[in-house]
Design a protein around this ligand. Structure first.
Ligand code: HEC
Length: 131
């Protein structure tokens, strides 16, 4: 019985630690998203700007934000955005999608990329924070 309680405590402690770390990542990612903000909106009421709004990106097909005028390259890339593809893309957008009109050099720092994904993927398609 004692052992069981201890195990339960360890599980609780480590899961709250994990969510604390995640929250921190997303907070750092929000700061990093300042680099994207001139061209992209995210969150409730986000509109297309120079680039498409980025709500619900995890699982979204490339080139599918309503009413956004994508390049052929982006539209026809066949990409479905997820963690792995996003991380590869954001390092060097023009390498991942040759011909894209996103003029952004990319982010090379792995930690920053991880944080950025934590932030971007935290929004559902309505721009609400996922629980
Ligand atoms: C100078 C403006 C600019 C900046 C800065 C910029 N983007 Fe973009 N982004 C664009 C444009 C324009 C497109 C549309 C590309 C196309 O149609 O070829 C785009 C497309 C994208 C897409 C593909 C969306 C889709 O629906 O297929 C993602 C993902 C993306 N950007 C993420 C980011 C992130 C994350 C950042 C910040 C680290 C960023 N962008 C910074 C202009 C920008």
């Amino acid at each position: 019985m004692k052992k069981l309680t201890l195990t339960a405590l360890v599980v609780i402690a480590s899961s709250s630690l994990a969510s604390a770390v995640l929250a921190q990542d997303a907070a750092a990612g929000k700061t990093s998203f300042n680099k994207c903000l001139p061209c992209h909106a995210i969150g409730e009421g986000a509109k297309n700007k120079v680039g498409p709004e980025l709500n619900g990106l995890d699982g979204r097909k490339s080139g599918s934000a309503p009413d956004y005028n994508y390049s052929e390259a982006n539209k026809n890339s066949g990409i479905t955005w997820n963690e792995a593809v996003f991380k590869e893309y954001i390092k060097d957008p023009k390498a991942k999608i040759p011909g894209t009109k996103m003029t952004f050099a990319g982010i090379k720092n792995e930690t920053e990329i991880n944080n950025l994904w934590a932030y971007v993927s935290s929004f559902d398609k309505d721009g609400k924070q996922k629980q």
